[in-house]
Design a protein around this ligand. Structure first.
Ligand code: FMN
Length: 330
């Protein structure tokens, strides 16, 4: 079984941190479907250290999520250490340091992927954070700033020396953002160079792809991001594959059940209005790849009120997309 520091992780499948997406509800769903570890979206260390209420709210989690990691971003060692301490106090089982965010607003402050160009600063941050917390510490990184400044081996060595318990690598540079392909040969290279667990991330879109990555031995676990949106079955189907069973894509009934569960949790977490707004966005993902998904998406945009939305879901998922003929009129 995978262990990160002292923490046993029940399955080698990890939900990626995704801003605006991996809130407590999405993480709980991923966990139900077999993710062994889930991460929060990135949380501002400055906001946490100043105990800003809206930032503290981002730490909300449900006990079912555990073990659950909180990812923080920032560039000031003392602030990062204080934020990590708060995250641990509030219940995080792991703290992760973001060293991959390519967004200008974040990099301009020296945080996210900008840290990949500052080995000294990385060392200071990791030393301070390591001292501040007792729970496992991970780092999520990219290859480097751009093709001319690939720093993954240097930065990961510093991380290992400073007592980081696992490294998550998304093998693209900051300059690539999400373009091109994730270069998994770097994950294999990192696995050879480091003694701590390596979690491979990037472009895993199918249970077969996840199984291949795991069985190749190039990483200890895989982290899934975009392909898990509205598709938590990627976790359960990968686990099935790993135990030798090929399971088909989920039925409409099972999708419907999951959508209703997600809806219930969102409304409990955020209240009806905000919860339904978040659900609508997610439904685009839950409908992805299904017959008549385009029409479903168009109807989602125009549907008004909870009752009408429930009606649309029933027609689409229960009666079957081939018969979906819902009108958004009251
Ligand atoms: C909408 C979105 C938000 C993201 N937010 C974060 C984040 O907060 N922290 C982080 O480390 N990575 C973030 N990422 C990157 C993902 O965690 C992951 O590294 C990347 O999407 C590659 O994995 P994938 O191909 O499985 O999606 C985000 C990605 C997306 C698409």
């Amino acid at each position: 079984m995978l262990k990160i520091g002292h923490l046993p992780v029940a399955s080698p499948l990890v939900l990626a941190p995704m801003a605006g997406i991996t809130d407590t509800c999405a993480r709980r769903i991923a966990k139900r479907f077999g993710a062994g570890l889930v991460y929060s979206e990135m949380v501002s260390a400055a906001g946490l250290a100043r105990r800003q209420p809206r930032t503290l709210e981002m730490l909300a989690f449900h006990p079912e999520e555990q073990p659950y990691g909180v990812q923080i971003f920032g560039s000031e060692p003392a602030e990062m250490a204080e934020a990590a301490r708060i995250a641990e106090d509030e219940g995080a089982s792991i703290v992760d340091i973001n060293m991959g965010c390519p967004v200008k607003r974040v990099c301009r402050t020296g945080a996210g992927a900008a840290l990949l160009c500052q080995p000294k600063r990385v060392e200071e941050i990791l030393r301070a954070v390591r001292k501040a917390i007792g729970c496992p510490l991970t780092v999520k990184m990219r290859l480097g700033w751009d093709a001319k400044a690939v720093s993954v081996l240097d930065i990961s060595r510093i991380a290992e020396e400073q007592g980081v318990d696992a490294i998550i690598l998304h093998p693209r540079t900051r300059a690539q953002a999400y373009k091109g392909k994730a270069d998994w040969s770097w994950i294999a290279r990192l696995k050879e160079e480091r003694r701590i667990p390596i979690i491979g991330n990037g472009d895993l879109v199918s249970p077969q792809g996840c199984r291949e990555a795991l069985q190749s031995g190039c990483c200890d676990a895989v982290m899934i991001g975009r392909a898990s949106r509205g598709n938590p079955w990627i976790f359960s189907r990968t686990l099935d594959l790993l135990s030798g069973m090929e399971t088909p894509a989920p039925s409409l009934e099972s999708r419907y059940e999951t959508v209703l569960l997600h809806k219930e949790w969102l409304c409990t977490q955020y209240g009806k209005e905000h919860g339904l707004r978040r659900l609508r966005f997610l439904l685009f993902q839950y409908g992805r790849g299904l017959p008549r998904a385009t029409r479903f998406r168009q109807q989602l945009v125009s549907v008004k009120g909870e009752e009408a939305l429930d009606g649309l879901l029933r027609v689409y998922f229960v009666e079957g997309p081939n018969r979906a003929s819902f009108s958004s009129e009251p």
